[in-house]
Write a protein that binds this ligand. Sequence first.
Ligand SMILES: [Zn+2]
Ligand SMILES: [Zn+2]
Length: 177
Amino acid sequence: MEINFECKKCGGIFDSDVGAVSVSEDSFRPQFENEIICPKCGQRSIDDVLLTELGQSQLTEATFDFELEDIFDSEDDELNGFGFYEGECQGCDIFQSLNDLGLCEECAGKLDRDLIRQRDWVYSVSAFGVPESKLEDLRKEIIKHYGEKLELIAPTNRTQKKSKKKKRKKKRSGKRR
Ligand SMILES: [Zn+2]
Ligand SMILES: [Zn+2]
């Protein structure tokens, strides 16, 4: 791999292909497979050069490869899985992993379909990025597969009072937790 160095002798900044990078178990200093070559001064030892800021991050990436991969993996899990946090789902009241809206995976899907049924395209995850001309097709698909009835959103007016009461209760219990 290439690492960006600054030559102590000539002050030049250059990339040098150092090959594989490892860390010495005794001194914890980086060890390179190839020699560091300054384009002006030729072969340089690790003591004859400085790491530039870019070189430092390149080296950190190389020596902490495994740790970095672990970090990226866990971030992916958070995005796909509903591991945002655990709690009582706002939709079905079951205690489980929730997304950032406080919904479980199943209820999040229901809500998304409801939004599409009501043509609330802007709030729907599935409709995101879908061209306007295709939105009605998407809605038709949803209704074909899941029916026209709203799954999660309470129909307005009739049950509005009820759902308001429910929400207040939930807030209070949330504080106690
Ligand atoms: Zn040099
Ligand atoms: Zn739920």
